[in-house]
Design a protein around this ligand. Structure first.
Ligand SMILES: C[S@@+](CC[C@H](N)C(=O)[O-])C[C@H]1O[C@@H](n2cnc3c(N)ncnc32)[C@H](O)[C@@H]1O
Length: 350
């Protein structure tokens, strides 16, 4: 090819190819996070051979992976010694904030190679890859389930806990956290409202792990733990939390959840939904990336626009009152505050 007549689209091609490189970098970050290599490096520079020995890595493969991660400024390498950069240090498990579980925990990365199946069928890539739905997979793989819970707890610190001020909860409320994981959001909210009591509802194995986590907080004597199904009976409360739950479910299932809460609610109960909201327009927004992770993981999982939330809520007897944004979240999670509204003429869907 004559260099003077190279098509200008070659520059474009290089820019597009960067996505391919980024996906390989992401795979390397996942692998080193799962092997806790950043923890093993710690604060000091460490000999590569020693790092390989203590983490059980193949020394030659490790040095090549670290060479790529050096090029992306996660580590620096000098004379066969490796050191974490400020970015790389975020992958340690013992720092705040820590992105360790974001890369190490089970999730979209375990399904990405089957996304074509999702694109062809609309069905979740994860179930195609693992022959079972995501929640069932966690039930069968308790180590992965623990990592998942830990990821939710840590992500919650970066996302949910920045929303505490925006969550509407009467001071002496019974607060029911539906699908509340190991309870970090609920306990933080109770710490803010000493007169309030909490009910944490989640799957049985999660509730077992929540017991210890809740006991380690000052709120343990005000929290009831309920091993239950969020599609079934929901405890009565003045204030409900649904943090990062509805995006795991199809509209039909989301309606079942919202209808169940509506049945348990009393006329002045308030519902706080913590989710991303997909903005109008074609711009880049983290909710659009998260939407595809939900598409790949869950049957019908999706991020929603404000209009879609309002429609779902009103079909289940809730009225969307306001959508508030936290000033400092890592990504723009919102609190959608809903109040008990009129029942649809056709009865509650779900
Ligand atoms: C994405 S996590 C969110 C956890 C927590 N609300 C947070 O924001 O950190 C979804 C939660 O829903 C729970 N879950 C999934 N299916 C459930 C079911 N059928 N009944 C009760 N909880 C369920 C999971 O165990 C998990 O804790």
């Amino acid at each position: 090819m004559n260099p003077d007549t190279l098509p200008s689209s070659l520059h474009l091609a290089a820019a597009v190819a960067e996505y391919q490189e980024a996906s390989v970098v992401a795979s390397c970050l996942r692998a080193v996070a799962r092997m806790k290599i950043p923890d093993a490096i710690g604060d000091e520079a460490l000999e590569l051979a020693e790092l390989a020995r203590i983490t059980g890595a193949d020394a030659a493969a490790l040095s090549r992976v670290l060479r790529l991660l050096e090029a992306h400024e996660f580590v620096s390498l000098e004379h066969e010694r490796v050191r974490l950069t400020a970015r790389g240090a975020l992958l340690r498990s013992d720092v705040i904030p820590s992105l360790w579980t974001m890369f190490a925990a089970p999730g979209f990365a375990d399904a990405a190679h089957k996304l074509e199946h999702t694109l062809r069928t609309g069905q979740p890539a994860f179930a195609e890859a693992h022959k079972m739905p995501f929640w069932e997979f966690l039930r069968h793989h308790q180590n992965e389930a623990q990592l998942f819970d830990e990821n939710m707890r840590r992500q919650g610190e970066l996302l949910n806990l920045t929303m505490l001020e925006q969550i509407e909860a009467p001071h002496d409320a019974v607060v029911v956290d539906v699908g509340g994981g190991t309870g970090s959001l609920l306990c933080a909210l109770l710490a803010k409202h000493p007169g309030a009591r909490g009910v944490l509802v989640d799957r049985a194995d999660v509730i077992e792990r929540a017991r210890k986590a809740v006991n380690d907080t000052g709120a343990a004597d005000r929290v009831s733990l309920v091993a239950g199904d969020l599609m079934e009976e929901i405890p009565e409360g003045d204030c409900y939390l649904l943090a990062r739950i509805l995006h795991d479910w199809s509209d039909r299932d989301a309606q079942k959840i919202l209808a169940g809460i509506r049945r348990a609610a009393h006329p002045s109960s308030v519902l706080n939904i913590l989710e991303m909201v997909v903005p109008e327009g074609s711009g880049r927004d983290v909710s659009k990336y998260s939407d595809i992770t939900m598409l790949g993981l869950f049957d019908g999982g999706r991020e929603r626009t404000e209009e879609e939330f309002a429609g779902l809520l009103s079909s289940c007897g809730w009225a969307l009152d306001k959508v508030v944004t936290a000033p400092n979240g890592m990504v723009p999670t919102r609190v959608l505050v809903a109040r008990v509204g009129p029942l649809p003429a056709s009865g509650i869907v779900g």
